[in-house]
Design a protein around this ligand. Sequence first.
Ligand code: HEC
Length: 697
Amino acid sequence: MKKTGTSVAAAALIAVAALSYISSSGATASPTARAPAEVVLPITVDDFRLPDQNLHSHELRQLGDASAVVLITQANSCPVSRNSSASVKALQDEYSSKGVEIFMLNSTTIDKRDAIIAEAQAYGYNLPILLDVNQLVGEQLGVTRSAEVIVIDPKTWKIVYRGPIDDRVTYERQKAKADHTWAKDALDAQLAGKPVPVAKVEAVGCLVDFPERAKIATSKVTYVKNIAPMFEDKCVSCHEPGGIGPMPFTKFEEISPFAPMIREMIRTQRMPPWRADPSIGHFLGDRSLSAAQIKTLVHWIEAGAPRGAGADPLAAKTFVAPEWPLGKPDLVLDVPAFTIPANGIVDYQRPYIVNPLKEGKWLRASTIKVVNRQTVHHILTGYLAQVPGPGEVANESKWGVSLGGYAVGAESFVEPPDTGAYIPPGGAVGFQVHYTPFGQQVTEHSQIALYFYKDKPKFVMRNSVVLNANIVIPANTESSEQQAYIDVPKDMMLYGVFPHAHYRGASSQFFMVEPSGKRTLLVSLPHYDFNWQREYNFVQPVKVPAGSKLLAVYTYDNSVRNPANPDHNRVVPWGDQSFDEMLYTAFHYEWVGETSDKMEQYASFDKDLNQGRLFGMLDTKMNGKLDMSELTGPIGKQFAANFAKIDTDHDGFIEPNELAAAEAGMQKRRQQASQPATAAPAAAPAQPAAEKTGGGQ
Ligand code: HEC
């Protein structure tokens, strides 16, 4: 086959085919006279993922089993939007129970999330409002006005109706009753499998400004000038020979054939793999694209992905993934080799090695290198003061400081300046490794590279976790919310947060709740993604005053719509394996005032911190006392059974000191029965996980 001299034309063709745009005159019964001339109306809706006002995200193509999907464009302060709120509510009331998914879509450039929440409260919109801050969805849909209803057939992703909800409200005019109920008629027809009677009526809401839409066709953005530097910065580190991305993106000829796929990955927020909502917090090593970059990249593709004149800036460079991204290690430890069978379930492995360090070292950074990426789900590490005895494993309940952790996309940990974690000499290094079979038997030899300080650093990094081992995720439920908190006994600087759940994790939020009740959202993952887990390290560490709570809130999608869900009919408990669930947010912190020569003094604060974990799992009302209604779940029930005995002051509540006493009693009885801690799943999980973190799971 003749090699095309330039693949610009080819890329343009692919891009145009993928976009499936057609001009407005072809798509509609009545031309959009008042809409800007360049707006084209699509026949189908391209996939997208957007967060809503509550920072839970939604992907269009996951709604394939809905009977219809309705998007209603919304803009704050628009009288037509506001006056339609009763009709929107009526539509919801009638059709939500019939499998119709109804969303609002805010594509304005000015409405911020808080203002949208306030508007929704004031006008009674009780539905998810999708935040299209980059306007990509509104642009593709050909949106020009608010209060436009777009009815989509999920079997074909075609738009079957677009226009006003009815003819009751227009700009500056209202009727008592609608003569035409276009949206309702469209939904009735769609649900009956019949053609929609009127497919297009001109929208009457407020004009929404799309400043970039008109410029796409005449854009001067080229690969050589604008796109290549963006790829070098945000994509190549994985998409290079030896990198973890499936294909290299190191020259134009490698990138342009993937233009439509890149556009889809950006619109569905799958690439680059960075899940923190950009409106919450600033993080080190942020791999996300900025809003401007997202728009530039997608518009470049929509304009045909032109190469532009001049030499290819990427082709001139060599990109090869380095063996150790942080440079030559001071010490490399081998994780004991393990042979993973081709199929089946492999229990968590908890091997250990004898600590080779003859003197204590301060850890500055670490990286874990994995050979077979498909099979290693995660690796956690922890220092063990004593080498486990014969037949014993590296039990996490005995772990001290973390030496680092691994999950895809999160291989390295680097301490802040002059801050380290102390690894004593002697003892052992324990690992917790989760291998997942992938159809081929392999033997894995992972390694961990350690980097030490020459001189003792001034500050001490510690790690802990907020977890809830008491969770029970109901079957066939699209959004089940669960939470846990931990009380902070002393002023702390919070450095990083590593959220972790399994296949049903849908979203994750981490809050600081100050003694005054003030709640600050520190990290938000609107789309929790099992495949991409990492620690989010703050650019500015967060000061957490003593008496605050660190609160982790997760939602779980245990419905058929979650493509990762192994069994939506199962009630899912806490458990190690990915088909069970976790609510587990690890974090790194420093005690304010602690320096490396005062460590012993501060160790008791760690004890206090970890002691409160169990209480924070159960206290769902967050009022510092437990009543019977909070004692559900496998752990809660154990305490419920002995409520009267535990409630020693007989005030009808279990307070933290009463719970701690009951927990200690239980532990003592277990020890007397000489059961290993791991064999007591109910009350024990608070304990084993107490000191493991640093890498999430
Ligand atoms: C942290 C590593 C990493 C970074 C950074 C990254 N990718 Fe990826 N990319 C991957 C991996 C791994 C996959 C395989 C699919 C998966 O695991 O989600 C992938 C898949 C893709 C695919 C889908 C390929 C296919 O056909 O299935 C596209 C397109 C893509 N990436 C584009 C990008 C772009 C564009 C950027 C930069 C803006 C980027 N990626 C940054 C790791 C990365």
